[in-house]
Design a protein around this ligand. Structure first.
Ligand code: TXE
Length: 485
């Protein structure tokens, strides 16, 4: 088997607390999704280990928060450099745990490093406001860190998710207890060594692997964690928010799932639109919350568009194979559970009578590979048009009028990302304004996302925003100070 990474075979399986690696009592298994073989057994942090991490984070908090923010930024910048320097190691670890293909993953590592550096650059922007409106007073607000915070991460972009949370959390002076997904703990744990090398003091950045119902629940319900950032499914987001509310009412930000509409008008450049729409659902084998999984096409161009879209989708996914093989472009789904979930959705759509245009089957007998799959006009109320599949599966639907498609696009409980393709500026702006979504792409679609502007969803796709200044605000509390003159 060809191996696209060189000379790295270092797996860390222990929790990382107070800059030390610690064994847990229990372990859990992860498997290589390219072939189903056991990859490693990983420590599962229980309530006691999460408590130790909180103790360490609390102890480290005051000194970390008292540093000049540029000193905290230097740690983030050094960590970014170390991520890049260990690219080969990260590629290998992500390939054997969650099936990230080695040819593409360096771009995500670069992305994660950029997010850390961007947040380091915001170190001097942690500002409050002043007011002279009250006679005899000078009043002000200051933005202060929460203290020991929690972060619960997903597996589909493991290092990006960590950077999006750790960057703003740490530069603003918080300390962190971060849980990677049980599907993708290897890169987070390997980062432990780099956290030490980057100069983070003990206790500032702790990593506790484990399943959600054990480790995640211990974080979400912890009485001394005051803020929690979560990325994952809407169903789990609801549980996490409930645990937070029922414990100490900690502040929660949620980045949840999506069922993103992409609208194509006849005046769009159809070839370019089909390529972008296909790449959006092909990227990471459809395992991305902002994937354009519901495509709406004007009836006058439907046949032409479907032909272009299917061809582009097959091209974008390319060759299925071992994620370590440098010629592989089509990644396996992350694990058996995700694979089975996707196949159940395909099965359900077939049973509901949706017209299958292409795909629908497993590829090969080893590993968890799903053919790029397209359904045509399954019906607005069909499950495939309403629920997040998280695989290379899209529906293409026809529409006649602007009013109709706006209604169809907004007819969902999700609201993460929406796209409209048209050359008509008025129509583009009208849709940008009226689409019920945290992010709207005009003549572009996901994975396009500028991290210097807010990222997040409306409706049941989330609460709060990541990226940009809004992330600094999300990771700090406002205090109002009144000064009598
Ligand atoms: O998600 P979960 P899973 C969606 C996507 C996917 C589905 C299931 O549709 O098919 O979710 O994936 C932790 N208390 N997204 O099972 O359960 C868990 O350990 C505290 C969208 O991976 O939401 C992991 O760290 N934590 C998404 C994290 O929550 C708990 C990215 C996400 O897991 C917990 C991933 C609990 N009771 C999946 N239960 C996106 N928005 O990008 C689980 N967790």
């Amino acid at each position: 088997m060809a191996n696209g990474v060189q000379g790295v075979h270092d797996i860390e399986t222990r929790c990382f607390i107070d800059n030390k690696f610690v064994e847990a009592k229990e372990t859990f298994a992860i498997h290589n999704p390219s072939n189903g073989e056991l990859t490693a057994r990983i420590s599962q942090a229980d309530v006691d280990l999460v408590d130790s991490a909180v103790d360490a984070a609390e102890a480290a908090g005051p000194a970390w928060a008292a540093l000049d923010s540029s000193t905290r930024a230097e740690c983030l910048n050094r960590l970014a450099d170390l991520l890049i320097a260990h690219t080969q190691q990260f590629c290998w670890l992500e390939a054997i745990s969650v099936g990230k293909v080695v040819t593409f993953y360096p771009a995500e590592i670069q992305w994660a490093a950029n997010v850390l550096r961007y947040n380091a650059g915001l170190a001097r922007e942690i500002h409050g406001e002043t007011s002279m409106a009250t006679a005899g007073f000078l009043n002000m607000t200051i933005r202060q860190p929460y203290g020991a915070c929690g972060a619960i991460c997903p597996w589909n972009g493991p290092l990006i998710a960590i950077a999006l949370k750790a960057g703003p959390a740490l530069v603003t002076g918080n300390t962190l207890i971060l849980k990677p997904s049980e599907k993708s703990p290897l890169t987070a744990l390997y980062m432990g060594k780099l956290i030490i090398d980057a100069g983070f003091p003990p206790g500032v950045f702790n990593i506790v692997p484990g399943h959600g119902r054990v480790t995640g629940a211990a974080i979400a319900s912890h009485m001394r964690i005051r803020k929690l950032a979560f990325t994952g499914s809407t169903a789990t987001g609801r549980i996490v928010k409930k645990l937070a509310a029922e414990s100490n009412l900690k502040n929660v930000t949620l980045e949840l799932g999506g069922k993103s509409p992409l609208i194509v008008f006849p005046d769009a450049d159809l070839e370019e639109t089909a390529a972008m729409a296909a790449f959006s659902i092909a990227y990471n084998s459809g395992q991305i919350c902002i994937a354009s999984s519901r495509v709406y096409v004007h009836e006058s161009i439907i046949d032409k568009f479907v032909g272009l879209y299917v061809a582009q989708l097959k091209k974008a996914m390319g060759k299925a194979g071992d994620a370590l093989n440098p010629t592989t472009t089509h990644a396996p789904q992350a694990d058996a559970l995700q694979y089975e979930r996707i196949m159940a959705y395909i099965d359900g759509a077939n049973k509901e009578g949706a017209k299958l245009v292409t795909g629908g089957k497993r590829i090969g007998v080893q590993g968890y590979f799903v053919e790029p799959t397209v359904f045509l006009n399954p019906g607005q109320s069909s499950t495939i048009n309403r629920e997040e599949v998280f695989g290379p599966v899209a529906s293409v639907n026809t529409f006649v009028s602007e009013e109709e498609v706006l209604k169809l696009a907004n007819d969902t409980e999700y609201g993460l990302y929406a796209s409209v393709f048209t050359k008509d500026l008025n129509r583009a702006l009208k849709f940008a304004k009226q689409l019920e979504s945290g992010m709207v792409g005009v003549n572009c679609t996901s994975p396009t996302m500028p991290f210097d502007l807010p990222f997040g969803g409306s409706k049941q796709s989330g609460e709060g925003r990541e990226c940009a200044l809004q992330a600094l605000h999300a990771w700090t509390e406002t205090k109002t100070v009144m000064i009598k003159l």
